[in-house]
Design a protein around this ligand. Sequence first.
Ligand SMILES: [Fe+2]
Ligand SMILES: [Fe+2]
Length: 173
Amino acid sequence: MFQNFFHLTKRFWFSLKPQELSEKDLNWVRSHLSESEFAYWEKLSTADKDHSFRVAKQAESEIGEQGKEFMAAALLHDIGKLESRFTTFGRVFATLWCLFFPFRKMEKWEERTKGLRRRLIDYAKHPELGAELLKGIDSKQQTIAWVLEHHSEREKWETPKEIAEILSSSDKE
Ligand SMILES: [Fe+2]
Ligand SMILES: [Fe+2]
C-alpha cells in the first residue's frame, strides 16, 4: 500500500503542474490511436493526458514492436475517468477514498444517479467504464482487455503477462 501511496503522491504533484503536450507529442499520440479513440483521449484533463502520454512513452521501447493495440491500451487505460469529471483535488480525494474505503461498501450507492457518491462510484469503476466506452467504438479487443484489468490482480490478467507487467510498471512510474 505504501508503494501505491508514494506513487499517488508523486502523481498528485505532477498533476498540479501538468504539461501541455507539444504538437509533436500530440501527433505521436494520434498515430497510435484510431480517430474515434483520439477524439475521446482529447477530452481527458491536461493532467490525465500528460499521465497517459508518460505511461505510453515509458512502455514504447519495450512493447512498441509488439502491437499498436497495446500502445493504445497504455494511452487509454484511464479513459473511464472521463465519466467522474473530477478536478485535480477531487481526483486526489477520490483516489484516497478508493484506497481506504472498500468498493463493496460503495456498492449500495450504485442506484444513485447524481451527486458525490455517484461520482466516487464512477471513479472507482473507471476500468469498467473505460472498457464499455471503448467497446462502443472501434477499439481492439486487447486494448479493451487491458483497460478493464489494469487495476486487477496479476492472476486475473488476460493480457500476456510480459506485456501486462510493462504496462503496469509504466503506470506506476
Ligand atoms: Fe486507472
Ligand atoms: Fe494510470
